[in-house]
Design a protein around this ligand. Structure first.
Ligand SMILES: Nc1nc2c(ncn2[C@@H]2O[C@H](COP(=O)(O)OP(=O)(O)OP(=O)(O)O)[C@@H](O)[C@H]2O)c(=O)[nH]1
Ligand SMILES: [Mg+2]
Ligand SMILES: [Mg+2]
Length: 279
């Protein structure tokens, strides 16, 4: 076992000198184990209720600032959306019980199948694995989407776990996230059109949109800018859904076949399989 020296941190992380604990407690390893093991009982049981869909939702930390600093195009940056989707694919590839994922803006929701026993259904394990796989993928694939534009600092994502007991609840959850996408995208599309094409300041655009309903916003786009909101890209209006696509199914059959002794013998036959993600 290794123990690190504790360093006082003053704004910056300082490196720690690491020394083997066994040097200090060579003769009392077993005793120490039994004496200290009780601390395990302080861990909270966060097992997710059986039969429920487990949804992990991630959201970018302070992405308002992150988007500004990395010059995301307004209102939607397809590079950023593509990178989010690529990172979500990586999560789905690693955590096989995720059946569907939905993303928009700086968030992604991952739905685990109801019968999943992954990490013994422990909420903290599921959430942290999703968040860390997603975050590291976001950094890893950054160049594929932003080319030479540098990543200025490491982005973070928060996570939460929500359980949904019925298909109806899950469908309503996904509809809720998609409605959020639609409402925000309609607002942002009109807002930035007023600024970029209409020459309004951001304050004036905000004033112009105060109290307007969806129909009013559609009308502003259509009458003043000849833009039909229905023709905007589905990616921006509706977000992204990732599902598994069956390619070749694995069929495992157990059957009896007569052998020369006249008895029956069981055998397994299996076909190779493969599965891929589709948008
Ligand atoms: N320009 C631009 N900004 C985006 C895009 N996608 C996300 N954002 C920014 O990311 C923000 C995401 O909103 P929130 O998640 O509510 O806010 P946040 O700033 O991330 O704050 P917290 O989530 O509370 O940490 C948006 O308000 C935008 O400012 C994009 O495609 N283009
Ligand atoms: Mg955010
Ligand atoms: Mg968000």
């Amino acid at each position: 076992m290794l123990i690190g020296n504790l360093c006082r941190l003053s704004g910056r992380v300082r490196s720690c000198v690491v020394q083997p604990l066994t040097c200090l407690f060579t003769t009392s390893t077993n005793m120490a184990k039994s004496k200290f093991e009780y601390v395990r009982n302080f861990e909270a049981d966060d097992t997710c209720l059986r039969n429920c869909y487990i949804v992990v939702r991630l959201d970018g930390r302070n992405f308002h600032k992150f988007a500004e600093q990395h010059k995301f195009t307004k209102p939607n940056d397809d590079r950023a959306l593509g990178l989010m989707t690529r990172s979500a694919r990586s999560v789905m590839g690693e955590l096989e019980d995720i059946i569907i994922a939905y993303g928009q803006s700086d968030e992604f929701s991952f739905v685990f199948k109801r019968t999943s026993t992954l990490f013994k259904r422990r909420a903290s394990k599921l959430m942290t694995h999703v968040a860390s796989q997603f975050s590291s993928s976001y950094v890893f694939y950054w160049k594929d989407f932003f080319g030479e534009q540098p990543l200025l600092y490491p982005p973070g994502f928060d996570g939460r776990v929500v359980l949904y007991p019925s298909n109806r609840n899950l469908r309503d959850y996904l509809s809720w996230r998609q409605a959020d996408c639609h409402i925000n995208n309609l607002y942002n599309t009109v807002f930035w059109t007023l600024v970029q094409k209409g020459g309004l300041t951001t304050v004036q655009a905000e004033d112009r949109l105060k109290g307007t309903l969806a129909a009013d916003k559609n009308e502003i786009l259509f009458s003043d800018f000849d833009i039909n909101y229905n023709n905007e890209p589905a990616l921006h209006k509706k977000g992204t859904t990732l599902i598994w696509e069956k390619r070749d199914e694995t069929v495992t059959k157990r059957m009896k076949r007569p052998d020369w002794r006249g008895g029956g013998r069981a055998c397994d036959s299996q076909q190779e399989d493969g599965a891929g993600l589709s948008l």
